[in-house]
Design a protein around this ligand. Structure first.
Ligand SMILES: Cc1ncc(COP(=O)(O)O)c(C=O)c1O
Length: 467
């Protein structure tokens, strides 16, 4: 909060000072931007952050096991205790460099992209296209046009479902294989196709330990199978699915494949050429980027044959009152004004991931996984929901005799931010015999002391609600 207050204060001071002098000084954008970025920058940074500064800051964070210089939210306290943020599966916190890039767009640019022929607008356009290229590289996609900007994984999956139907890649009677582990975002859009277009949905069963049953998957494959769409890492129980095997087998019978990488994008990443998925979706806010943004990746040869779903300004070649000729990729899928400010936050988010390095990030998470598993398994009144052999740092559990929502309020008292409920995976929780769980999901900036505080909350909740 301190940073925000400081930031607001600086901006207000300028406006007031400006008014009292002359209107030219009312919003001295560049000065204001640099003062604000300096004001909000952690100690050691001065304005824009160079790659060397970022590397240095990450090295320092790792050395001291303290990422709060990079993630200012971590400095916040609630009820007199420092925040332990364990809700990263919902949305990761943001490095200050991401916030800075977003702010900078509003202060220094603010124009629409892909529209104007003037310098300011062209600058916004080229920054967006740079973000697209960085995402292409991150995914190892073949072409930047394969990266379609959406408002998030949910939007990507909705657009994918509708576009596959309209392109006739999917038709009445075709079978789609999903799993019983999907987030609602990778379920409901397909249910809509079932109701309106007569496709048939089949679901890979989940074992008691929360893993996909491979033999059952194989039994569902047939020449009627036209699409496999599945989650890479379960957002509610942390299972890491063996997508390479499933994709390979689905492709061997000619089916299309789509992977929901909402959780994996910042926890291991994805190489679209290596895994050979035809489509993948993810949200930028789960990879340290801005909210309200996502990606639909599609293989160029397929996307080329698919129509856009959201229609309007942009994405066209020419329009008459009678009909429209649509443009090529990716603009055909991106009608309307983009979240330009957010898209500019993509580059610093990727810079953060790349400077830290996926190996170091996963190493930190592995240490947390092993420690958390050991701690949680020792609590005799706790039941871990999902015990997959390959798992991410997402732990769902119930405390015997304590409702998840009641426990949630105890965690909040202790400034431990966890999620409680069904985590948008009601079919999965029902399958495993639960209505709601407590979920703690960790990221690279978490420490073992966050696990300790989680455990403290568990004992406290048991004590308060069992007496
Ligand atoms: C696995 C998975 N898929 C899809 C989504 C939906 O993402 P969004 O709300 O950003 O569209 C989430 C969000 O938690 C998720 O974890």
């Amino acid at each position: 909060m301190e940073e925000n207050i400081k930031l607001k204060f600086t901006a207000t001071q300028h406006a007031v000072n400006g008014k009292s002098k002359n209107s030219q000084e009312l919003l001295p954008a560049e000065n204001l931007a640099s003062e604000i970025s300096t004001a909000s920058a952690p100690a050691g940074f001065n304005g824009d952050v160079s790659p060397e500064d970022l590397n240095k800051a990450i090295d320092e964070a790792l050395k001291h096991n303290d990422f709060s210089q990079l993630f200012p939210t971590l400095k916040r306290s609630f009820h007199g205790r420092r925040l332990s943020f364990l809700d990263n599966a919902s949305g990761a916190l943001k490095p200050f460099t991401v916030a800075q890039a977003v702010l900078k767009y509003y202060l220094n640019n603010g124009s629409n992209a892909h529209r104007g022929v003037y310098q300011l607008s062209m600058e916004a356009t080229s920054m967006i296209e740079e973000s697209r290229k960085r995402l292409q590289k991150l995914l190892n996609a073949e072409r930047p046009e394969e990266i379609i900007f959406t408002s998030g994984s949910t939007d990507s999956l909705n657009q994918l479902a509708q576009s596959l139907i309209r392109s006739k890649f999917l038709n009445e009677g075709d079978e789609i294989i999903l799993t019983a582990m999907e987030h609602h975002a990778n379920l409901i859009p397909w249910q809509r196709l079932k109701e309106e277009n007569g496709v048939i949905l089949k679901f890979v069963e989940v074992s008691d330990s929360g893993e996909l049953k491979l033999e059952h998957f194989r039994s569902l494959l047939s020449k009627k199978t036209k699409l496999l769409s599945l989650v890479h890492i379960s957002n509610s129980i942390g299972t890491i699915n063996d997508i390479n095997t499933l994709i390979k087998e689905a492709k061997s019978i000619g089916a299309l494949t789509a992977v929901d990488c909402a959780q994996s994008i910042a926890h291991g990443g994805i190489d679209v050429q290596a895994c050979r998925a035809d489509f993948i979706v993810f949200s930028l806010h789960k990879m340290f980027g801005p909210t309200g943004l996502g990606v639909l990746y599609g293989r160029y040869s397929l996307l080329e044959q698919m129509p856009g779903v959201r229609l309007g300004g942009g994405g066209i070649l020419d329009v008459t009152l009678e009909k429209t000729r649509f443009s090529g990729l990716p603009s055909r899928f991106e009608a309307g004004t983009a979240n330009i400010a957010g898209l500019l936050g993509v580059i610093p988010a990727i810079n953060f991931i790349e400077s830290l390095g996926m190996d170091r990030l996963l190493k930190r998470e592995e240490i947390i996984i092993n420690y958390a598993l050991k701690q949680l398994q020792e609590i005799r009144f706790l039941r871990l929901v999902g015990r997959a052999r390959k798992r991410a740092a997402v732990f769902s559990f119930v405390i015997d005799g304590v409702h998840a929502h009641d426990a949630g309020s105890i965690f909040d008292d202790l400034a431990v931010a966890v999620r409680v409920g069904h985590h948008c995976t009601q079919p999965l929780l029902n399958r495993l015999g639960f209505k709601a769980t407590i979920r703690a999901s960790f990221s690279c900036f978490n420490t073992l002391s966050d696990v300790d505080r989680l455990v403290e909350g568990i004992y406290k909740a048991k004590e308060v609600f069992s007496s």
